[in-house]
Design a protein around this ligand. Structure first.
Ligand code: AP5
Length: 216
């Protein structure tokens, strides 16, 4: 299955992608995670991306397209993948089409996780994540068992640089201006299904399973 998880910052794309990855065995390809790993590694690409990310702006298309192209050629993606946070602009969507066409593949589903802007700022201010394994927590809804420590590997949890309220507002602006118009593209292709992202994570997961036709 080749799936795009679509939605505004903080909609729960990463949370749901991790669940689906475990359930379906299909790898999550998150451009945000890849860029943060490049930053931590101090690579040239990471340094270039950092300024955009901290300002709440999108990283240039050629950077993220290059990251995705490299990953989908790997054997682990042969049978499918979950795209989380990509594509985010029309040129990225076109680049994805071209990549898949060259490989004789296509996207099967686009799931749009719908959450109103009013909920996003509060939600993201409560997010903490593990810099080592990427597990995401929420101080109210999904707290770690031991405060401040990852349940999986005990690493100290961190708050993302771009989760400050003023940066979140910039990210939402970028989403509405550059990313939201892609919904129409995938709706026209008959691929788009919307789920209610304001439900608790289990309820969102169930709606996604129904949308994918895998609910038992
Ligand atoms: P990226 O990392 O992709 O950030 P994003 O799209 O803004 O999404 P988030 O990771 O903030 O949220 P999410 O939807 O994954 O929600 P999560 O599951 O964590 O991108 C970061 C930056 O990198 C961008 O701003 C840009 O600069 C750059 N970038 C990345 N991709 C790019 C691209 N393709 N092109 C250009 N630039 C790119 O959940 C959020 C919180 O809510 C968590 O605390 C979670 O526990 C909680 N939560 C989840 N579900 C629920 C629920 N149902 N109810 C209550 N709480 C919930």
């Amino acid at each position: 299955m080749r799936l795009i998880l679509f939605g505004p910052p903080g909609a729960g794309k990463g949370t749901q992608a991790k669940r689906l990855e475990e359930e379906l065995g299909t790898p999550q390809l998150s451009t945000g995670d890849m860029l943060r790993a490049a930053r931590r590694g101090g690579t040239e690409l990471g340094k270039k991306a950092a300024a955009y990310m901290d300002a709440g702006k999108l990283v240039p298309d050629e950077v993220v397209v290059g990251l995705i192209e490299e990953r989908i050629q790997k054997p682990e993606c042969e049978k499918g993948f979950l795209l989380d946070g990509f594509p985010r602009t029309l040129p990225q969507a076109e680049a994805l089409d071209a990549m898949l066409e060259r490989r004789g593949q296509r996207i099967d589903h686009v799931i749009s996780i719908e959450v109103p802007d009013e909920d996003i700022v509060h939600r993201l201010s409560q997010r903490r994540s593990c810099p080592s394994c990427g597990t995401v927590y929420h101080l109210e809804h999904m707290p770690p068992k031991e405060p401040g420590r990852c349940d999986k590997d005990g690493t100290e949890l961190v708050q993302r640089e771009d989760d400050k309220p003023e940066t979140i507002k910039k990210r939402l602006e970028a989403f509405h201006a550059q990313t939201a118009p892609l919904k129409e593209l995938y709706r026209e292709r008959g691929l788009l299904k919307s789920v209610d992202g304001t439900k608790p994570p289990d309820g969102v997961h169930q709606e996604i399973r129904e949308a994918l036709g895998i609910a038992g």
